[in-house]
Design a binder for this molecule. Structure first.
Ligand code: SF4
Ligand code: SF4
Length: 300
């Protein structure tokens, strides 16, 4: 896939958006967003949002002030730290005050750190202006279907404008809002990565269609992640006994999709409080009791 210079520059230091960058640059997540506005069948609410992170992990929840402190501490200690993302433990845009306050604090004190956001997309159309204003140049939407009938098997309910919508009705709202959000990102020239969770027997064949639609609508990168379903993660909300795909099935699907679009194949499904290079986990070094004692030495 050909890419112009300006675009290459925009992704050059983002380990998730650039395969080259992921060997050299690190990202960190701050877990400031506990609530969620939808129910995914593969979610286990005791753990972090499974849309961007490895299931079975509980991240330490931070206030926006603690999160900004953490970003400055780590930004000072790890010079390769170029990106701060908010990806959970629930949906960042179901917690807009906490999420945007965190980004504001970091943007004020560390303007050269890139800001990154991951969402299920339900509330995305409402926040495009805020996202643009804060210079958030990377947004991930998790899109698992473009057909509400398939959506109904993945999402038992969606909470939207003070009402709970079940089944196909809820899935249709989610789908429409995701498409609207994707379009709005494109118009605002914000780079968009789409995550899809591959669920055998539910959306595995359908994801080729998802890939076609998001490519058409201008998504920059598609990351198909395997459902990780292991007994030690506890019961998923509505997928008891559901298996994840084999590595071969995953690769076949990625190959089927890669026609004209960049596929992310280096995703390591990190935690909502991950710190370090992709695949490396230094979150324990910077746990809450430790980083709160450290003084930021961040140089702008
Ligand atoms: Fe769980 Fe889905 Fe909400 Fe993420 S978006 S916290 S996986 S219900
Ligand atoms: Fe951004 Fe997702 Fe990468 Fe985190 S894992 S830095 S939210 S693209």
């Amino acid at each position: 896939v050909e890419m112009d210079e300006k675009l290459q520059e925009r992704i050059a230091k983002h380990p998730c958006y650039s395969e080259d960058a992921h060997h050299h640059y690190a990202r960190m997540h701050v877990a400031v967003a506990p609530a969620c506005n939808i129910q995914c069948n593969y979610c286990n609410r005791k753990y972090d949002c499974a849309n961007e992170s490895r299931p079975g992990v509980v991240s330490e929840l931070l206030t926006p002030e603690e999160a900004a402190h953490k970003a400055l501490v780590i930004g000072g200690k790890i010079p390769q730290m170029t990106v701060v993302g908010i990806a959970g433990p629930g949906d960042p845009l179901a917690n807009p005050d906490k999420t945007f306050r965190t980004f504001e604090l970091i943007a004020e004190q560390a303007p050269d750190i890139k800001l990154c956001l991951s969402t299920n997309g339900l509330m995305l159309p409402d926040y495009i202006d805020r996202i643009k204003q804060l210079n958030i140049d990377h947004v991930t939407i998790t899109i698992n279907m473009v057909d509400p009938e398939i959506g109904a098997k993945i999402y038992p309910w969606v909470h939207y404008k003070r009402r709970r919508y079940r089944g196909i009705e809820g899935a249709r709202i989610l789908h429409e809002r995701q498409m609207e959000g994707l379009q709005a990102l494109k118009e605002a020239d914000i780079l968009c990565k789409v995550n899809s969770v591959m669920i055998p027997g539910i959306n595995d064949h359908h994801l080729v269609e998802v890939n076609r639609v998001i490519r058409e609508k201008g998504a920059f990168l598609h990351n198909i992640m395997p459902l990780i379903s292991a007994p030690e993660h506890g019961t998923h909300f509505g997928l008891t006994g559901q298996r994840g795909p084999t590595p071969k099935e995953l690769k076949e699907l990625q190959d089927n999709c890669s026609g004209n679009m960049k596929m992310m194949r280096h995703c390591r499904q990190c935690r909502a409080d991950a710190v370090g290079l992709l695949g490396e986990d230094r979150s324990q070094e910077f746990s809450k009791d430790k980083f709160l004692e450290m003084t930021p030495e961040y140089d702008v």
